[in-house]
Write a protein that binds this ligand. Structure first.
Ligand code: MRU
Length: 348
């Protein structure tokens, strides 16, 4: 089952509702791009590549459901959908990359409204297919960095659920496992939304890969006691110098790994690299509702006192000097990242 898909008979976007996992595997359908944008914000769908493809389908959906009869009116409807989808989440650059790509299609000269509708749907469907091909290439490149017997700390969820299918960092681990390498994953629970404990653990159970869930603050203990050979995670946006924005907690994990000489490997499609930004300092960091932090319950009771306040940045930036390798579908990049990323990606 794909995380994001198009139901051709009902002409709707279909998403796995990630809020229900691991309890229930449910899909939810969307025929309205505004609701789809809310689904991105509420994390029905999450993970940078999955967000990008969902937004692309949002534009295809807006075109499909628009009653416009002239190209000008259809393009005006698409501009509105673009603005709504663009405002859903700020950090994952795949969202903007996907919407820019759909805009290039809608700006091209076209014979009529139905032709444009068809072209936009074709583009979104193609992006979904490309995502899987890209992830499979990344997986092979990243699996080559994993050795038989490795114990790997993995942060957040970067598996099939974070993409259309297969995923980024977890895709590399899955590929290594399928190649016969015996790996063990220490799954960071990933507070406050628990993408590790809920989603990564669920995926690893499906694949039969051995794992243990650890609390985020246990990572330093495992790294210092020599029980970990690699740290792996994905990325929401990578700057031209190799600084990596990823799920909150990644920076602390990379610091602890670096202090203990454990390689830190970040895995992402080339579409996650934002060459317009010189360094990670310019990456916008989403701050989410404090209730995600405050509302945690134990034995059915909220753990925080009434009136408590919280801060809830959803991402942090890991500076490039803490990173050993960046894995993409085009190849693996080592430091110095400014030069090596530029030569990997070419001039464009
Ligand atoms: O807030 P989320 O769950 O969308 O954050 C997801 C992550 O931080 C992932 O690690 C990242 O998108 C890369 S995985 C494909």
């Amino acid at each position: 089952m794909r995380t994001v898909g198009w139901d051709a008979s009902r002409r709707e976007v279909q998403l796995i509702d990630q809020r229900c996992l691991p309890g229930r595997l449910e899909t939810v359908s969307f025929w309205d791009y505004t609701r789809l944008s809310e689904a991105i914000r509420d994390m029905v769908v999450r993970g940078a590549p999955a967000i990008g493809v969902t937004a692309a389908f949002g534009i295809a959906l807006a075109a499909d459901r628009s009653s416009a009869r002239t190209i000008e009116l259809l393009r005006a409807d698409l501009a509105q959908a673009d603005a709504v989808l663009r405002a859903s989440r700020p950090t994952a650059v795949n969202l903007f990359w996907a919407l820019d790509r759909m805009k290039r299609v809608s700006d091209q000269p076209v014979g009529g409204c139905d032709e444009l509708r068809e072209r936009l749907l074709t583009e979104a469907l193609q992006m979904a297919e490309e995502d899987i091909v890209t992830n499979r290439s990344m997986a092979v490149n990243g699996a080559a960095l994993i050795q038989d017997g490795d114990t790997i700390i993995h942060h957040c969820n970067t598996g099939a659920l974070a993409a259309v299918d297969w995923g980024t960092a977890l895709g590399c681990i899955r590929e290594a496992w399928q190649q016969g390498k015996r790996v063990h994953v220490l799954v960071d629970e990933t507070r406050p939304r628990l993408q590790g404990a809920r989603l990564t653990a669920w995926e690893l159970t499906q694949y039969g890969i051995p794992f243990d869930i650890i609390s985020d603050n246990a990572a330093g203990y495992f790294l210092r006691s020599g029980q970990v050979q690699r740290v792996m995670f994905g990325a929401d946006r990578v700057a031209a110098n190799g600084d990596v924005a990823n799920k909150i907690g990644t920076y602390m994990l990379a610091l602890a790994a670096h202090a203990n000489q454990v390689p830190v490997i970040a895995v992402m499609p080339a579409s996650t690299i934002d060459r317009s930004l010189k360094s990670g300092d310019a990456i916008p960091i989403e701050e989410r509702d404090a209730e995600e932090v405050l509302g945690i319950t134990v034995h059915g009771e909220r753990v925080t006192p009434e009136g408590a306040t919280a801060r809830n940045p959803a991402f942090d930036v890991t500076p490039n000097h803490l990173i050993t390798a960046l894995v993409t579908e085009l190849g693996v990049v080592h430091p110095p990242f400014v030069r090596n990323l530029a030569s990997l990606l070419g001039k464009d």
